[in-house]
Write a protein that binds this ligand. Structure first.
Ligand code: ATP
Ligand code: ZN
Ligand code: MG
Length: 306
């Protein structure tokens, strides 16, 4: 068989063939069909039905953040391999001519690009901490936010559930250790109930972030030992390595210290967040219930289209 005729196999190929995902020629960068987006929107609504009762402050940001805030966040210490920055041309006409030559010659034309004030958002909550810090101490009930953002991570993959640009919905809690751990415990329960109502095979497990390098291995071990991160896992691309569709993170005073966020009584605020991978949940639904949403189990349809 000629190389060009060779068809890709597997779930990604099925998604592209069916039109649910639209190929762009870059692994992990996809367009989505109207039907895919409808499922994302229905799930987004389901999250709000669970979380809306808590009175979170809604905030939506573009998929980028202030580079200074990003530098201060410590993201580069932990995950330099995942970060994405925005650069732009700032040269004169001579530099422009060079740039065009390089494009024509297939030479790297990006070398002359200059960094801008903007980097891509790596996780929805990263933009929030400096905003909350600027407001001053959180009140006696702490603070609660409802976020959604496209996030960028440089992790190109043939696994359709590992995208480079994807949407993350998050609830983010600020307060005392008790307030924050109670928030996470509540969402651990809610998340399982929510995903079980969608007919998903799931389990929850302790997890760690992919901290970079040798020092990172210690951070990862510490995160596991202290049970700071849990994931709700659903098989999508493989049964042996199920995919994290929701995650539940307790940051202790990490962001509170970094940003100087205080509680009413002057203690450093603790924070936690629950993150929902919007594309991953949609993919899990298509994987387990098929591509024809009309044929999905009636109970699942009733939850998504109440
Ligand atoms: P993984 O272990 O699979 O890399 P993660 O631990 O990096 O996931 P988080 O950093 O906790 O994930 O991000 C919050 C949520 O965002 C995850 O629960 C997941 O649903 C989603 N998510 C993370 N990375 C991706 C990605 N590359 N593509 C699509 N969704 C993602
Ligand atoms: Zn978060
Ligand atoms: Mg990851």
């Amino acid at each position: 068989m000629c190389q060009n005729c060779e068809r890709q196999q597997g779930f990604l190929a099925e998604l592209i063939d069916s039109g649910l995902l639209i190929d762009t020629g870059v692994d992990g960068l996809y367009g989505r069909s109207g039907l895919f987006e409808e499922v994302v929107a229905r799930f987004d609504d389901l999250i709000t039905r669970y979380g809306g009762q808590d009175g979170a402050e809604v905030a939506r940001f573009p998929p980028a953040m202030n580079r200074k805030h990003f530098e201060k966040s410590g993201y580069l210490k932990s995950f330099p391999q995942l970060a994405g920055t925005v650069h732009a041309f700032e040269g004169d006409e001579k530099a422009h001519a060079e740039l065009l030559h390089n494009v024509t010659d297939g030479v790297d034309w990006t070398a002359g690009q200059k960094s801008t004030d903007i980097v891509l958002t790596p996780a929805a909550c990263y933009v929030l901490y400096p905003v909350v810090a600027k407001r001053g101490p959180v009140g006696k009930d702490g603070a609660l936010f409802d976020l959604q953002s496209y996030c960028f991570r440089h992790e190109p993959s043939k696994d359709p559930a590992r995208m480079q640009l994807f949407r993350m919905r998050e609830y983010v809690r600020f307060g005392t250790p008790d307030q924050v751990t109670e928030f996470r415990a509540t969402w651990l329960e809610r998340g399982q109930e929510m995903m079980a109502s969608l007919g998903m095979p799931l389990h929850v497990d302790v997890a760690n972030d992919p901290f970079f390098g040798r020092a990172g291995r210690m951070l990862a071990n510490n995160q596991r030992d202290q049970r700071l991160k849990f994931e709700l896992l659903i098989p999508i691309e493989s049964v042996e390595n199920p995919t994290a569709c929701l995650s539940f993170n307790y940051h202790q005073d990490h962001f509170g210290t970094t940003w100087g966020i205080k509680t009413e009584d002057g203690e450093t605020a603790h924070t936690a967040c629950v993150g929902f991978g919007m594309e991953r949940v949609a993919l899990a639904l298509f994987k387990h219930h098929g591509f024809d949403v009309e044929a999905w189990p009636a109970a699942v349809r009733a939850v998504l289209w109440p």
